[in-house]
Design a protein around this ligand. Sequence first.
Ligand code: NAD
Ligand code: ZN
Length: 348
Amino acid sequence: MSKLMKAAVVHEFTKPLKIECVPIPVPGPGEILVKVMACGVCHTDLHAADGDWPVKPTPPFIPGHEAAGVVVELGPGVTDFEKGDAVGVAWLHDACMRCEYCQTGWETLCEHQHNTGYSRDGGFAEYVIASAAFAARLPKDVDFTAISPILCAGVTTYKGLKETEAKPGEWVAISGIGGLGHVAIQYAKAMGLKVVAIDISADKLNMAQDLGADLCVNARDDGAIDQVIAATGGGAHGVLVTAVSPAAFSQAIKMVRRKGTISLVGLPPGEFETPIFDIVLKRITIRGSIVGTRRDLEEAIAFALEGKVKTETKRAPVEDINDIFMRLKAGKVDGRMVLDFTHGTGED
Ligand code: NAD
Ligand code: ZN
């Protein structure tokens, strides 16, 4: 009989997750079994559980892609990890390594990729399978809770900021100061950028100020756009949109400087208006940005280990997941909620 683990499982989109005992998975060739110590709750997990996007996961599945833990078993052929190593398991579970994107350092665009907590079971469980080639190396004494949000929120915003092409001394506007945005502010400051933080919640803007934002603007203020234009002397050189609201995407276009770049990472379902005249005459670049490569992840982790980026986390047991999702949907989570798997076990 296989051993069991506790997990939060999506059985039906938009319905509460069930806390269940399911078999502990067995690592196949090239895979490792990771005992999860901490797993952050990303808004993407909520989109996954609600079936928000055109390409949907197939229930039943276990969400979670900010899993930090310890290697407890090696699948056949794994030589680059040992039992006891600390690792991070991120969204990019694996990629084909052969396509034009994988060959050119763009494995995040691989059409054959698998995603942790989406097309592969994720970290809202006591154990998760990772591909050894894609697991992030962490120091043995790492603070699992603190590092966990770096595995998605960190790498995604670090890469997204690079994609704005804003240079040290220039302005970047960060719209959406949730799990992603609160680390984005710190990456931006560490990269030498000046930061405008934008959200619709006073609490989030207070946190933004504490984290070093140079200017905080409520997106719903009538003069929000004017404030950004005035403070930045004509608009931000780069804009990073993490907000879970299509309105924020339209607003971003009005906040960017001529020749500037808007990097879109938020994924609310829907569409937004793009005024052709402004985009063309101001030579504005709008681009999407999806997580980051293994190299980006390594760099994003290094910023955190060096103390340049600190995550604001609160721990909770996996049993709280449905309540956490409700609060995330309502914009009531400050920083990141992290599921704590260091206590209790479903194994008997
Ligand atoms: P979150 O819920 O923690 O934060 C979202 C924030 O957006 C909240 O602070 C909310 O108040 C704010 N917001 C809502 N409406 C706004 C508006 N009109 N203007 C400004 N701010 C507004 O979510 P999160 O975990 O930070 O994730 C954010 C989004 O990024 C999600 O859609 C998620 O799926 C997506 N995401 C994308 C990638 C990627 O690789 N592209 C990776 C991770 C997450
Ligand atoms: Zn995520």
